[in-house]
Design a protein around this ligand. Structure first.
Ligand SMILES: NC(=O)c1ccc[n+]([C@@H]2O[C@H](COP(=O)([O-])OP(=O)(O)OC[C@H]3O[C@@H](n4cnc5c(N)ncnc54)[C@H](OP(=O)(O)O)[C@@H]3O)[C@@H](O)[C@H]2O)c1
Length: 285
């Protein structure tokens, strides 16, 4: 049995689907009971990662775990989380980390992920770290203004990043959870091409079949918007990654294609699969 945390999120939900289709027994974990969105046959066990003991019911009988750390909670204790996984008898853990753990070793916003990578490596578990770059699904933050005003507003209009499709992250995770040969490996996951916010907005308009107006926000306007959703260190990390990426963060990395055995999805593929969010209110497709 495989435990999937963050199971109602961008990566976790896709992973629960991939694993179920592959015939795996899956236990989905999130705080809210959202069984309706989960694939048939997936059992849901509510747990809060800030209270690691609450993971025990989900971990009973687990062989492996996909671990997602919510990025904005100072109460997370990586050592206690990993101790609970080890004590439950699971043998393998796949961590959803971040490319910035490698490219921004001193950034405070990525310290919890850096810490849990270290803790996992010393745990005795078989491990794989997934370090994705910026997600294609960050464009969902644009959905309400695209629906209401046919407008997308974003900072750093022409700064291109090879955004990665959460579906690809999920498929890499599924492979590393199910197949041998990935123990002790760290994979940097990107999409197939650097693509700017202006280009992403244009693609969404093309897939919608409706013109979308792009408005470039200043860094300060972007900071104000982010302040509603995340604490200060994360805001700085997000603005830094999107506004002043390092050369490595702008490059396509081959790891996703190597593990998947196919090229990673383009942003256009993600937009086609998720276009409903830009067209109407409702659950993710
Ligand atoms: N977005 C990016 O560009 C990017 C890039 C690199 C790495 N990452 C990493 O990717 C992760 C986010 O992945 P995602 O986009 O798939 O997630 P997401 O869509 O934001 O969903 C978060 C999931 O985690 C659950 N969750 C949140 N807080 C929890 C808690 N305290 N205890 C248990 N479950 C909790 C949520 O359900 P409930 O709210 O019901 O609990 C939900 O299922 C973060 O670790 C982030 O650092 C993101």
């Amino acid at each position: 049995m495989i435990v999937v945390t963050g199971a109602t999120g961008n990566v976790g939900l896709a992973l629960a689907r991939v694993l179920t289709e592959a015939g795996e027994e899956v236990t989905a974990v999130s705080r809210a009971v959202a069984a309706a969105v989960l694939p048939d046959g997936v059992r849901h066990r509510p747990a809060d990662l800030t209270d690691p003991e609450s993971l025990h019911p989900a971990l009973a009988g687990a062989d492996a775990m996909f671990l997602m750390l919510p990025g904005n909670d100072v109460r997370l204790d990586p050592q206690r989380i990993v101790d609970v996984v080890v004590s439950a008898g699971a043998s393998r853990i796949v961590l959803l980390s971040s490319q910035a753990v490698g490219t921004r070793p001193d950034a405070e916003s990525y310290a919890p992920l850096r810490r849990i990578e270290d803790v996992i490596e010393r745990s005795g578990l078989e491990w794989t770290h997934l370090r994705p770059g910026a997600f294609a699904s960050n464009a969902l933050a644009w959905a309400s203004s695209a629906r209401a005003e046919h407008t997308i507003a974003a900072p750093f209009a022409d700064v291109a990043l090879p955004v990665v499709d959460p579906q690809d992250i999920a498929e890499v995770a599924a492979t590393t959870l199910r197949r041998p040969g990935h123990d002790g490996r760290t994979y940097v996951l990107t999409g197939p091409e650097p693509i700017s916010p202006r280009q992403r907005a244009h693609i969404i308009g093309e897939v919608l079949g409706e013109p979308i107006t792009f408005v470039e926000l200043t860094r300060e306007q972007a900071r104000e918007q982010l302040a509603a959703a995340m604490p200060e260190p994360l805001i700085e990390g997000t603005l830094g990654f999107n506004g002043a990426p390092t050369p490595e963060e702008q490059q396509v990395n081959p790891d996703a294609a190597t593990v998947l055995g196919r090229p990673p999805h383009h942003f256009t593929d993600w937009a086609r699969r998720n276009i409903r969010a830009f067209r109407e209110e409702g659950p993710r497709s």
